[in-house]
Design a protein around this ligand. Structure first.
Ligand SMILES: [Zn+2]
Length: 308
């Protein structure tokens, strides 16, 4: 979801479903969509006839102001008003302004919104919200159930799980150390490559549909450090091997590993250096984890379903 939409959602205290934010404001259920290049607002109302007096009243509010608010088109039906904004740089601020203006105006007309069932037109005692093709309507529980049942596709819920996310994170962390390994060939400060470990571990977790939970915030840093330490160890071994090769010592790689291992197990500069390097790389990995990048799979839009 775009940041501007998320911010507006917070401002209004709205909720979100499938990239659409929705909530009740001034007695009207409003859903706002800002994806696929289309910025639109839908207000759930119930009127007898879209071409009758009430429809004309609504047109009377929108039409004279369509230029001011950069409205590309407006569609009025018996179950709601759908407004699409022209894609200009200021489109979102126009939508914001129009949102407050329109609801205020609509209130004065006496046309009712959230308190009336979209399906049967009766006052609602217990409110349900139904999403119909990305437009949200208020219903009473019976009508909501009927509407949802009449739509055979329904809403398939895919529950995110921890284990697939964990597998994704392991793969991600393994891929994330590659830049570190490759760039360590050049004699330059490369510990910042730890940032890729964080980004890829998080990316793997989210792409595999990992759940947002405490285990995630423990696992990702843990996997990062688990990936970083052996990688740095390997880089140390390779560097020592290179130094020895330059001096024409040909030593089996396992002996190099044994040498580095003993240097790390005993207190000394190599051990300190590895600890410091690991800490710095880990710091960058944490930075990578905290970067505001989303790897969520695009959710499939559902047709008709009841929200709560
Ligand atoms: Zn009803």
């Amino acid at each position: 979801m775009k940041l501007r939409l998320r911010n507006f959602m917070r401002e209004l205290g709205f909720k979100a479903v499938d990239e659409v934010i929705y909530g009740i404001h001034d007695g009207y259920l409003v859903s706002i969509s800002d994806s696929d290049g289309i910025l639109s607002l839908f207000v759930d109302i119930v009127i007898d006839d879209a071409y009758g007096e009430q429809g004309q009243t609504i047109r009377g509010i929108i039409n004279p102001n369509s230029r001011i608010y950069s409205i590309a088109r407006a569609e009025i039906t018996s179950t709601g008003v759908h407004i699409v904004f022209a894609s200009t740089l200021s489109a979102f601020s126009k939508l914001r302004d129009f949102f407050y203006f329109f609801l205020q105006q609509l209130k004065t007309t006496g046309i009712r919104g959230a308190s009336i069932c979209t399906n049967c037109g009766n006052p609602i005692s217990s409110l349900k919200i139904v999403s119909i093709h990305g437009r949200l309507h208020t219903c009473d529980p019976d009508c909501a159930a009927k509407l949802a049942a009449s739509n055979t596709s329904g809403r398939k819920k895919t529950r995110p799980l921890f284990i697939p996310g964990f597998i994704g994170a392991v793969i991600g962390a393994a891929v994330g150390v590659v830049p570190l390994l490759v760039l360590s060939r050049i004699d330059f400060f490369i510990l910042w490559c730890g940032v890729f470990v964080g980004i890829f571990a998080k990316g793997g977790y989210e792409l595999f549909g990992g759940r947002k939970c405490i285990a995630k915030s423990i696992t990702l840093p843990l996997l990062s450090i688990i990936a970083i330490i052996p990688t740095l160890f390997y880089i140390y071994c390779r560097n020592l091997n290179d130094i020895w090769l330059q001096r024409n010592y040909i030593i089996p790689f396992e002996d190099v590993v044994t040498e580095i291992k003993s240097l790390i197990l005993t207190p000394g500069p190599i051990r300190q250096s590895l600890i410091l390097d690991s800490a710095i790389t880990f710091g960058f990995a944490i930075f990578g984890l905290l970067l505001f990048i989303r790897f969520n799979k695009k959710s499939v839009r559902q047709d008709i379903f009841v929200l709560h």
